[in-house]
Write a protein that binds this ligand. Sequence first.
Ligand SMILES: Cc1cc2nc3c(=O)[nH]c(=O)nc-3n(C[C@H](O)[C@H](O)[C@H](O)COP(=O)(O)OP(=O)(O)OC[C@H]3O[C@@H](n4cnc5c(N)ncnc54)[C@H](O)[C@@H]3O)c2cc1C
Ligand SMILES: NC(=O)c1ccc[n+]([C@@H]2O[C@H](COP(=O)([O-])OP(=O)(O)OC[C@H]3O[C@@H](n4cnc5c(N)ncnc54)[C@H](O)[C@@H]3O)[C@@H](O)[C@H]2O)c1
Length: 481
Amino acid sequence: MGERNIEEVDLLVLGGGKAGKSLAIDRARAGWNVVMVERDKIGGTCINVACIPTKALVGSARTLINARRAAEFGVDVGGEPSISLERLRRHKETVVGGMVAAHEKLFTDSGMDFVLGTARFIAERTVEIQTRTGRTRTVRGHDVVINTGTVPAPPRLDGVVEAQVWNSETILHLERLPDTMLVLGGGYVGCEFASMFATFGTRVTLLQAPGQLLPREDPDIAHQVAEILTGQGVDVRLGARAQAVRREPGHGDIVVTIARDQVIRGQELLAATGRSPVTADLGLDTAGVAVTDRGFVVVDEHLRTTAEHVWAAGDVAGSPQFTHAAWHDFRILRTNLTGGHAVTTGRLVPYTVFLTPELARVGLTEGEARAQGRPVKVAKIPVAAIPRAKTLHNKVGTWKAVVDADTDQILGAALLGHDSGEVISTVQVAMLGGLPYYQVRDAVLTHPTMAEGLNLLFDTLHDQPPQPQGTAPLSGESPGG
Ligand SMILES: Cc1cc2nc3c(=O)[nH]c(=O)nc-3n(C[C@H](O)[C@H](O)[C@H](O)COP(=O)(O)OP(=O)(O)OC[C@H]3O[C@@H](n4cnc5c(N)ncnc54)[C@H](O)[C@@H]3O)c2cc1C
Ligand SMILES: NC(=O)c1ccc[n+]([C@@H]2O[C@H](COP(=O)([O-])OP(=O)(O)OC[C@H]3O[C@@H](n4cnc5c(N)ncnc54)[C@H](O)[C@@H]3O)[C@@H](O)[C@H]2O)c1
């Protein structure tokens, strides 16, 4: 490497996503010499272009729904509620801007060396950084963490580049609210944006190649998600694989060809067809870091890559693509970099799809449990049965839980309905604590809350007698009757 001036540090973090920034802050506060390199997004994907701006906009969509339904609650809001694109943008930017500013301060206060620039390996544990200010720095870490995330994967379709379609990042510029929009892909991104834009007043057509939305979910739940979207005005087309895309001259309509030469058109198209890892230009070969055939960094259960003292975390390491999973990866790395042996194996990673109402999931689906050959019993209730849902006039949805018929352990749950993303944590904690379903059924839960619906959900399984209601006294003595 010639006459390069190599800066030696304890920890070098490439990419300041949820996993990397949390580790960099933590280790810098502990007195380590830390360099974190971030290409362009202070705070990473989640706060700039993913969870936070989209959920800010979901908040807008829900406010609009509530305003439209105000009369049902005896409230007169006067006139037809509507959105202003400019105010919507300002709302989103205020939320994002506040979090970016807070992160900048956190980085500085932690004592880390935060470098805005692009990193690339030039040797083992050694990167060259082209900084935003035009400098070139060479830094070697005793330990290196790769946390470069994922970016929207453009669909492999003829004409897609020329048609200037949107992805989950470009759509957030909110330059116009189209009258009609095509959404390609019925996964998390497609369902959330379809629900949001349909609420804002765009006529959305959602094209999904498989025969159901959210293919990881049980068909009954996915079917109800489709019904909810349809009820919001989304034209849901299942089994509709796009073959080619073109935009008509003069920035006219987008025309998508689907099976059997059928075409479908809209003013804009959102491509929501998955995400690709950011590894191609990282020089990983030079560093001895192997990648999978899809480009994700190969890691073991400790998040170690194939190169000594090089670790990877978050989306790029093939972890479940959720911010809370990346955050858990941080905790694993913190343990492992300080002499411990934490693993990713067996962790329970829930998630919530923020359509309105939301779908929250934890553990196994019914299909997955049966595929594992487990004896299962299934609890199911309509959300309309929950008193809280009645008070809110928000009775859409179904709750479902899968229980091991031999052990009575809760294996998983799919809660589709108002505030399900909050309630799922209760199910998760019960699962983590190994509680049999009947302890949740018989727990005294606050009335009238959505969580109280868990009593009703598990009450549909009639095969265990009611358990004593008292909890163990704090002294740990016999709970009695
Ligand atoms: C539209 C959308 C909505 C989402 N909503 C949710 C949600 O509601 N809840 C949820 O849990 N998850 C959600 N996700 C997923 C979530 O955003 C990701 O799983 C999470 O951000 C991954 O974090 P990470 O730690 O892997 O790194 P990221 O946050 O992806 O960070 C990687 C960073 O590395 C930087 N980088 C890349 N290459 C280099 C380089 N060579 N040098 C320096 N820096 C580099 C990038 O600029 C980026 O900032 C959503 C995703 C999308 C697309
Ligand atoms: N609320 C959340 O937690 C949240 C929200 C958004 C995104 N995310 C994360 O982001 C990741 C990416 O989400 P996503 O929705 O982009 O990907 P995805 O893989 O979940 O869904 C993409 C869908 O597009 C379909 N598709 C692909 N090509 C197609 C074509 N030519 N025509 C029609 N359909 C086609 C696929 O079959 C698939 O069902 C997810 O894995 C998720 O973890 C999470």
